[in-house]
Design a protein around this ligand. Sequence first.
Ligand code: ISE
Length: 334
Amino acid sequence: MPVRIGVIGVGLMGAEHARLLSREVSGSEVTTVSDADPVRAAEVAAACGALVQDDPMVLIKDHQVDAVVVASSDRTHEQFVLAALAAAKPVLCEKPLAPDPAACVRILDAEVELGRRLVSVGFMRRHDAGYLVMKDTVDTDRIGRPLMMHCTHRNAGVVPGLASSLLISGSAVHEIDIARWLLDEELVAVTVHKPRRCATATGARDPLFLVFESASGVLVDVEVFANARYGYDVRCELVADRGTVSLDAPPPTVLRATGSVARGVPADWRPRFAEAYRRELQDWVAGIESGDPARAASAWDGYVATEVADATIRALETEERQVITLRDRPDLYR
Ligand code: ISE
């Protein structure tokens, strides 16, 4: 019997999740979709053989829905995740779990009260083959203790007038999550440097250069560049006592022609992390079947990412180093 999934919010990411769950993930089917735009909801529902439910709260309680994907706008995440917990259903919430730490804490508290881990957060890089090899390299002590991490996160362009804070909460939040996950420790302080503004930036202060300090003293630098023009480019190198490990250029093919050697660059994060999204959903469905959601980012991870992003935005605004303070981690997530 496949896991029957309801998808709330079928914009770019929600529609892609619905497509993957109905076509490329085994053991799942999409039974119901909901979206503020009824035309969009009808299109996506038709494409995956699902029904449309106008009221997301009814979708969550529906007996035809075993588990819920939340991919609606960021501000709506909290209410839907809390409703899924109230219905005791597994829920995969797109990042951010919620845009402010207080809302994340309300979700944490509700899950702790329930006493079961039902919330997963869509930090898909944890399911990317390249990052998984990096994690295994560190965990099996092949290169010794991590000392530094150099990260690059470039977008071809963003909507004109985007706020600088969104470069942090929408983009760099992935590096925040992946650094904690790779290093297996918390980030304790952050400083934001502002290079000269790029010629095509409108609105946002772009690029930004972030420096995080981890609890054991690892330095993590992150270049966030939202208007890099040439494409979507994510890089990561971890430098350790006895070597380094880094992501390779992702396209598996190289073109040699007219006097040059070329690799393609993805236009945005969807082609770059296509397989990671599929694996994230496959792992989530497998976790529901086996009752063990351990591979995905948890509600705790979602809370910490938002808390660290918030401190980073404060560092940007105050131009001062910010110490990051977290609430105590509940036993449920240890
Ligand atoms: C975008 O909003 C995302 O959600 C992607 O995951 C991220 O990589 C990208 O930089 C953001 O613009």
